[in-house]
Design a binder for this molecule. Structure first.
Ligand SMILES: Nc1ncnc2c1ncn2[C@@H]1O[C@H](COP(=O)(O)OP(=O)(O)OP(=O)(O)O)[C@@H](O)[C@H]1O
Ligand SMILES: [Mg+2]
Length: 463
């Protein structure tokens, strides 16, 4: 039988001040650093175990059962090195609070597979998801059709966030009127999550919607939580400041669910200095290649052919969990090798039923300025093309769509006459193309008709 050696280390008052994994392994005479697991224990102790090989190397496959919320609102994402379950809270039934979650890790560390697991869990636990997959939909392609809303561009992601904030605000007002101070799941509203994979693209310096997206995410973290509207982001970041400015995520992270996969240099230091990781607690680094022994090769020795294959994907620390310094790993989600199409294993976990919830009507959150900019050939996705807001009388505050509806008499107008009416209604000038775009949008919403042959644009009046 393979033997595990365990050492209990007494540490000076205040816990471990500095911990050097390399030095510890040298001291123990272990060349394969990943066989040694170091864990800060309570009080003045630390535990160090030496395994025959890294205990997280053979994790099992994820099952649909792991991903159904238990009565405490948790799902099981994987396992700690000693076999105890790695749980992730999606909901807190005692407080009625939704979560704010963040998944960090360097490229290829396993963020998107973890997101995929959360998406599957939501679908199968009747939690509504609005998803932004900002790698053009390529991060979690199997999610198409498995979530209520799925967007793939930064601009749509902002519209989606506006929609989520609006939903949180609606709920606040409604619950207040009902005399409720908190969220009661599925009565009448479902638990809802906005999930953003590759959130770094939305929040990094120079990103076109950085400021607004950061504000909206912060707003959701602050007010959405108590009305059942949560937010989860996955990001690759070297530094929190890269994610929408210094304090956007800080508050969100301190009380949310934070998972750190294999990281890049500066990130962890910052999480510690920000107080996310208790001072004096240390994380053993997650190697890119587990089981690798760095050693010179003698002339007659051969290296194992697979020795440089990345094999630590999904290894992580659940920083806000009960064992923040214990190495854990997600179960295997889907195939390790890329599949030519959708991954059948992942599709099977999602199941065949329809996802809960309704898509957010993104168009409803396009601002009047953006509508005009888009119609005038500017790009809605570059805010510089959006004209500055114009203070003034009522019509200048109305969207083009609202002005069109206001200008039309009950029996309709020809397009030229509508244009003329818009010239003199006191609002800003609108281009014909913009008017046309708005007309077709209004038509698709059933608010305008264009009876065949008449050449008239007729409002559809509500009775
Ligand atoms: N839980 C897992 N189960 C099975 N394979 C995994 C798991 N996590 C990661 N992998 C493997 O690692 C690869 C990279 O994982 P993933 O795409 O989740 O990383 P990522 O952090 O999202 O990377 P990127 O920054 O490139 O988006 C996957 O294609 C898969 O082969
Ligand atoms: Mg990814």
């Amino acid at each position: 039988m393979a033997v595990v050696r365990e050492y209990v280390l007494k540490t000076p008052p205040g816990g471990v001040k500095r911990y050097d994994h390399e030095a510890l392994c040298d001291l123990l005479g272990v060349e394969d650093r990943s066989r040694v697991i170091f864990e800060q224990a309570v009080g003045r102790e630390a535990v160090c175990r030496v395994y025959p090989s890294n205990p997280l190397m053979g994790v099992r496959d994820m099952t649909a059962n792991d991903l159904v919320m238990d009565e405490r609102g948790r799902i099981q994402l994987g396992t700690y090195f000693d076999g105890s379950p790695l749980r992730f809270r999606l909901f807190d039934p005692r407080t009625g609070n939704a979560q704010r979650g963040a998944v960090f890790g360097t490229t290829g560390a396993g963020k998107s597979r973890l997101v995929q697991a959360i998406l599957i869990a939501c679908k199968n636990s009747r939690v509504v998801v609005h998803l932004a997959d900002l790698k053009h939909g390529q991060s979690v392609p199997e999610a198409a059709g498995q979530v209520a809303t799925r967007v793939t561009t930064q601009y749509e992601a902002v519209l989606m966030l506006r929609g989520l904030v609006a939903e949180a605000e609606r709920r606040m007002a409604e619950y207040a009127a009902m005399g409720r101070s908190g969220f009661v799941k599925d009565d009448p509203d479902p638990l809802v999550y906005g999930i953003i994979d590759e959130a770094n693209r939305l929040l990094e310096k120079g990103a076109p919607f950085r400021e607004e997206a950061a504000l909206l995410i912060k707003e959701l973290g602050r007010t959405g939580r108590s009305v059942g509207v949560g937010i989860i982001i996955a990001a690759q970041a070297g530094h929190l400041d890269e994610l929408g400015g210094s304090d956007t995520l800080r508050g969100m992270l301190k009380e949310g669910e934070v998972i750190l996969l294999r990281w890049s240099s500066a990130m962890m230091q910052q999480l510690v200095s920000d107080g996310l990781l208790p001072r004096g607690e240390s994380l053993q680094p997650i190697p890119k290649v587990v089981g690798q022994v760095r050693r010179i090769r003698r002339y007659d020795e051969e290296r194992v052919d697979s020795e440089d294959d990345v094999n630590s994907q999904g290894m992580l620390y659940h920083l806000t969990g009960i064992r923040p310094t214990s190495m854990a790993r997600t179960f295997m989600v889907g195939s390790v090798a890329p599949t030519p199409g959708f991954d059948p294993l992942i599709l099977a976990l999602y199941g065949d039923h329809a996802p809960p919830g309704q898509a957010i009507d993104l168009e409803a959150y396009v601002s009047a300025k953006e509508q005009e900019a888009a119609a005038e050939g500017g790009q809605a996705s570059t805010p510089s093309a959006v004209p500055a807001p114009e203070p003034g009388p009522d019509t200048s505050r109305m969207s083009t769509a609202q002005r069109i509806l206001a200008a039309l008499p009950a029996d309709g107008l020809a397009e030229v006459d509508l244009m003329a009416a818009l010239e003199v209604d006191g609002g800003r000038r609108v281009a014909r193309a913009s008017v046309r775009t708005n007309i077709s949008t209004l038509r698709s919403k059933g608010k305008l008709a264009r009876p065949d042959g008449s050449g008239l644009i007729v409002p559809v009046l509500a009775d």
